[in-house]
Design a protein around this ligand. Structure first.
Ligand code: DX5
Ligand code: ZN
Length: 223
């Protein structure tokens, strides 16, 4: 599968949100990555339903919603109604993860589970066949523009081994510190969805950067 690129709206210019959304619409990006933070699960607050619904009104590509919130079950329907195509919850925030995943699917969304850098992939052993997407945090969640954590490669490899013969079509999404310097080894390790915030929006020409991050060809560069 050719990798998907999901620019993170968290790094957009919120005073020019429509402009930045149109830029993503016109780019080679695949999904909008939408980071929702509640100030409790993570030490930051991003935005809520009105902003998300405004994004959805202009976006022509699926919204990949990453919930960094406690007790996400309370709001799943509202996120669906605000335009989410994918809803990813954190393993660390869900006491009854299986129930939460089932509820997301019943809403008709793709269901994802995210794990923090300190959480081993082994905890996903008994949920692996029920999810559509696994998001491995490659920074501590809460902020854009942080440094990529190298241990992520080992986690992707372990996850690849775990899904073999069980759920090989699951999306493996990497979130945090992704850019041109590490996208190829990440894809080679098994990642197939790459989130990019700072590397896209802090670049001189975001649309061109997206194009470059999409056009990387691991097979050729590996040889
Ligand atoms: C961090 C968020 C990320 C963030 C990525 O908590 O989940 O999606 O926006 O931003 P960069 O690519 O700048 O690390
Ligand atoms: Zn995210």
């Amino acid at each position: 599968m050719k990798h998907l690129l999901a620019p993170s709206v968290l790094s957009a210019d919120f005073a020019n949100l429509q402009r930045d959304i149109e830029m993503i619409n016109n780019s080679e990006a695949d999904w909008f990555h939408v980071d929702v933070m509640d100030g409790v699960f993570v030490p930051n607050i991003s935005f809520g339903f009105p902003v998300m619904a405004a994004i959805a009104r202009h976006a022509t590509k699926p919204l990949d919603v990453h919930l960094m919130i406690v007790d996400p079950d309370r709001y799943l329907k509202q996120f669906k109604d605000a335009g989410a195509a994918n809803i990813t919850v954190h393993y660390e925030a869900c006491t009854h993860l299986h129930r939460t995943i089932s509820a997301i699917k019943e809403l008709g969304c793709r269901a994802g589970v995210a794990i923090n850098p300190h959480t081993p992939v082994s905890v996903l052993e008994d949920i692996i066949e029920d999810v559509d997407l696994i998001l491995i945090m490659s920074v501590n969640p809460g902020f854009g523009g942080q440094k990529f954590i190298g241990q992520t490669y080992q986690k992707i490899k372990k996850l690849k081994a775990m899904i073999a013969g069980r759920n090989e079509n699951v999306f493996i999404e990497i979130d945090g510190g992704v850019g041109s310097d590490n996208i190829i080894p990440l894809i080679n390790a098994g990642a197939n969805v790459l989130v990019a915030g700072n590397s896209v929006f802090a670049s001189e020409n975001p649309q061109q950067t997206i194009k470059e991050l999409k056009r990387v060809s691991p097979e050729i560069l590996q040889a």
